[in-house]
Design a protein around this ligand. Sequence first.
Ligand code: XMP
Length: 250
Amino acid sequence: MEQTAKNKKSNIILALDFPFEKPENRENLFSKAQHILETVNPYICTVKFNRHLVLPLGTFNGVQKLVKKVHDLGLIAIMDCKINDIGATNQTIAEYYYAAGFDALTANPFVGWEEGLKPVFDVARKLQRGVILLVYMSHKGAWEGYGQTIYDVETSEKAPQYVSFAKKALKWNADGVVVGATYPEKIREVHEILGEKIPIYSPGIGVQGGAIESALKAGARYLIVGRTITLAENPAETAKKTRDLANQCK
Ligand code: XMP
């Protein structure tokens, strides 16, 4: 990831998301996604997929073709599936996404380690792929879960949920954590815990209200940008501007 970002001189991750289209129009959706990749790829280092494309196009149909294109363009592919089930199910989900070619996927630490995310990390290590943990989400209601105060059994003290998740990311040797750009103060706090050991991926730039400069200054390493680019009149120009601004702030 680090090497690709260096080669591309960009720390921008494109969230390849589009609004709902009738399933009978999925050819159109595929073409739109392909076109955006062709025009935007010089300005980004990674492409993040979500259900926006997996549901209508299918993992081993359209999405796998797009993942191959992402790799042919010298970029990395992340599946933002937020794995969140029992271990056996989590393992199968991870195996399918890795089989489709994804380099990394996102997972939710709320489910815990034993019979939770351990099987996902085991598969990832075997296949040399990545696992990125949610630590504090970008949306307004994130405080209700990620921001709640918990009793940490390991320290016997009260702590915010996201602080405990950041510590778990270190313990589990995660490949990255997600902290919303909409909460730069949380990015700073998480960065203090992780240092340079685990990079912070930050979504929520633009449409959700997060700003590039404050996220980077607080310690985010990669910026995830979706609708600001995919729905722009000129996605390539918007991606270039976003990349240039991010590079100026470094
Ligand atoms: P926009 O259009 O808001 O898209 O730039 C953001 C993309 O990132 C996803 N997202 C998140 N993923 N933790 C995640 O793992 C988060 O806190 C988070 N916030 C947004 C969102 O679903 C979309 O694909």
